[in-house]
Design a protein around this ligand. Structure first.
Ligand code: PLP
Length: 362
């Protein structure tokens, strides 16, 4: 086997080596059953046991209260951009959105096609490099919900605190920072995200939904698009993304063994500090384009002051086995995605190389 690369891809992204080893070991036969997990009926006991262990662990690690349903859907996080307004934005109501980058903008644009939307914040003028202070965000008292994206994966900005929304349901896309830190789940009516950033391979979207929200879904929605369908069937209305869920379960076990959400937060802070310290201390060559107060600990976005040098930096790091450092095609620059599963050593190698590169070219 060739040497493992340093994987800074934004998603799908790096998984713990222990999880890959376990999947490899069990892919042919799952726990002496005579069949693989990916050959098992989703109505059978092998899947059922694994599935409920996965859900229980997710609840435990995030501290999800009893009055929330948890399930996995298909369609990516993107399908939720539609399902949220379809279920929760009634006729004559208005939903409040915070437009802070590519992903919340996408969700807002879809909601606008389905109902009335009010944009409480739009980061356009700052090129989506900053966030509103949480205490400055006040949804309308009768808003259907307030929507935000906790970590803008492309822009590299991350909420560090949460708006107080009173009785207005708070809904968050946490695709790219779920379980990278503790979250007060009880402040949110719904948290959702694709698993392929921080929890596992692509194919599943997790939905954490407070049960009282289910009363809002209109009865005329088709079955898959109505959250009630999934909540009532414990997420097994139709075939769930079995392989992803199995891998997520293994990742959750790994997270638990490494200190849970708190352990992940400490790890994320150490890793992010290594890179931001390098960027800040090498400022004749590198800079961070985002508001320092909201720097993401999952997606470290940075630029080089010289475009030619930036190309050279990306070329040299790629040659050294550091993958995925080119920024998203919509914004350019560089981005190191340093999700939970990325080893601290990988980040140290990158930070060291930034220093060497600056010494040679600064
Ligand atoms: C990746 C991402 C999405 C889109 O996820 P898909 O599963 O590809 O639909 C949405 N929101 C955020 C924050 C993301 O990082």
């Amino acid at each position: 086997m060739s040497e493992r690369k340093l994987n800074f891809f934004a998603g799908p992204s790096v998984l713990p080596e222990e999880v890959l080893a376990e999947l490899k070991d069990q892919i042919g036969e799952y726990q002496d059953n005579g069949f693989s997990m990916i050959e098992a009926s989703h109505r059978g006991p092998a899947f059922d046991t694994m599935y409920h262990e996965c859900l229980d662990l997710f609840r435990e690690l995030l501290g999800i209260p009893e009055n929330y349903s948890v399930f996995f859907l298909g369609g990516g996080a993107t399908l939720q951009f539609s399902m949220i307004p379809m279920n929760f934005l009634g006729a004559g109501q208005t939903a409040d959105y915070l437009k802070t980058g590519t992903w919340s903008n996408g969700a807002c644009n879809d909601a606008q096609k389905l109902g009335n939307v009010k944009v409480l914040f739009d980061g356009k003028d700052s090129n989506y490099s900053t966030l509103p202070a949480p205490e400055s965000v006040t949804p309308d008292a009768d808003a259907a919900y307030l929507y935000l994206c906790s970590n803008e994966t492309i822009g590299g900005i991350e909420w560090q605190g949460w708006p107080e929304t009173g009785n207005v349901p708070l809904i968050a896309d946490m695709s790219s920072d779920i379980l990278s830190r503790p979250v007060p789940v009880e402040k949110f009516a719904m948290i959702y995200g694709g698993v392929q950033k921080n929890l596992g391979p692509a194919g599943a979207t997790f939905v954490i939904l407070r049960d009282d929200m289910l009363e809002r879904s209109p009865a005329n929605l088709t079955s898959y698009l109505n959250y009630n369908t999934h909540a009532k069937k414990d997420g097994l209305f139709n075939t769930p993304p079995v392989f992803s869920i199995w891998a997520v379960k293994l990742v959750l076990e790994w997270v638990k063994a490494h200190g849970g959400a708190q352990g992940m937060a400490e790890r994320a802070t150490r890793k992010a500090n290594l890179l931001y310290n390098a960027i800040d201390s090498l400022d004749s060559v590198f800079y961070s384009p985002v508001d320092a107060r909201y720097r993401s600990k999952m997606n470290v976005v940075f630029r080089l002051r010289d475009e030619e040098l930036e190309k050279q930096f990306l070329k040299e790091t790629a040659a050294m086995g550091m993958l995925g450092l080119k920024g998203h095609r919509s914004v350019g620059g560089c981005r190191a995605s340093i999700y939970n599963s990325l080893p601290e050593e990988s980040v140290a190698v990158l930070a060291d190389y930034m220093k060497e590169f600056a010494r040679k070219n600064g």
